[in-house]
Design a protein. Structure first.
Length: 258
C-alpha cells in the first residue's frame, strides 16, 4: 500500500502543510499521521512562523479519513483504545500549535479529515466541499470523546447528531452558514483567498493570538469526559469487524448490534 506523505514548506512567516496521497483521496496512513506529528513539532519549535495552512493534494479531497485497510489488524476493543489515544496525541499537537492554523478544504473532508479540520482554528472551502463522518453506515466504530467534543463545539449538538446518526454529508454552504467555514471561494480564486487570510493572520500580534487560542482551548477542555468504555465497546464489537470487512470487500455491511 502506498503510504503517502505529508509535505511541509514555508513561505516567509507562513507554514504550508499538504496531505499528499491523492490516489486515495489523501486517506491517512500511520506513516502520514507520524509525519504530521513531526511537522507540528517543527512548527512549534520555530518562533519565526506566524501562521500555517493545511490542505489536501489533488483538488478532490482534504482528507478522506484514516485508511480503512489498516483496521483489518484490529482484534479487540483495546486496539481501538490504543488507536484513539495515538491519534488524539497527534490531533492535540495540531490543536495546540501556538500560531493560527487554516484548513483549506477542496472536496471531501471525511472522518479523520473532519477531525483534523476541526483542530484547525479557521477553515475555508470551495463550493463543492463536503463534510461528514458516515461511520454509522460504513465502519460501525466511534469517535474519541475529544473528537465528539470538537464537533459539538464547532457544529453544535443538533448538527453533530445529524451527521453522525444520519451519516449525512453537509455541503460547504451549510458549513459556512453554521460558522464552521470562515469563507467559501471558487477553485480558481482559492489560492489568492488563502494567501490573503494567512498574510492577515501573520501580521497580527503573535502573543495575543497564542494566548487567545490557549484560553479558548482551556475553556472547552474544562469538562473532561472519560469515554474509554465507549471506544472499547465499539471497536470490540462484531459490527466493527463486519464494517471493516464489508468496506474492504466493497459490499453493504450486515449489522447485528453485537
Amino acid at each position: 500500500m502506498d503510504q503517502g506523505t505529508v509535505r511541509f514548506t514555508r513561505e516567509g512567516a507562513i507554514a504550508h502543510v499538504v496531505f499528499d496521497r491523492p490516489q486515495a483521496r489523501n486517506a491517512m496512513t500511520w506513516t502520514m499521521y507520524e509525519q504530521l506529528a513531526e511537522i507540528c513539532a517543527t512548527i512549534r519549535a520555530d518562533r519565526t512562523l506566524r501562521a500555517a495552512t493545511f490542505r489536501g493534494a489533488g483538488g478532490k479531497a482534504f482528507i478522506a479519513g484514516t485508511d480503512i485497510h489498516q483496521f483489518q489488524a484490529f482484534t479487540t476493543g483495546e486496539d481501538g483504545i490504543a488507536y484513539e489515544a495515538r491519534i488524539e496525541a497527534i490531533l492535540t499537537g495540531l490543536e495546540t500549535l501556538p500560531i493560527p492554523t487554516l484548513a483549506v478544504v477542496d472536496g471531501w473532508c471525511v472522518g479523520g479529515g473532519l477531525a483534523i479540520a476541526a483542530c484547525c482554528d479557521l477553515r475555508i472551502g470551495t463550493p463543492t466541499a463536503q463534510f461528514g463522518i458516515p461511520i454509522a453506515r460504513t465502519l460501525g466504530n466511534c469517535l474519541s470523546t475529544a473528537n465528539y467534543a470538537r464537533l459539538v463545539a464547532e457544529l453544535g449538538v443538533a448538527r453533530t447528531k445529524r451527521i453522525l446518526l444520519m451519516a449525512e454529508m453537509i455541503p460547504a454552504i451549510e458549513a459556512r452558514d453554521a460558522g464552521f467555514l470562515l469563507d467559501m471561494a471558487e477553485p480558481e480564486a482559492l489560492d489568492a483567498r488563502v494567501a490573503e487570510i494567512a498574510t492577515r493572520l501573520a501580521g497580527h500580534a503573535p502573543v495575543t493570538m497564542r494566548v487567545t487560542k490557549e484560553a479558548i482551548r482551556r475553556i472547552l477542555a474544562a469538562v473532561e469526559v472519560d469515554g474509554d468504555d465507549l471506544v472499547r465497546e465499539c471497536y470490540g464489537s462484531n459490527d466493527f469487524h463486519e464494517g471493516v470487512a464489508a468496506f474492504v470487500a466493497k459490499r453493504p455491511a450486515e449489522w447485528t448490534g453485537s
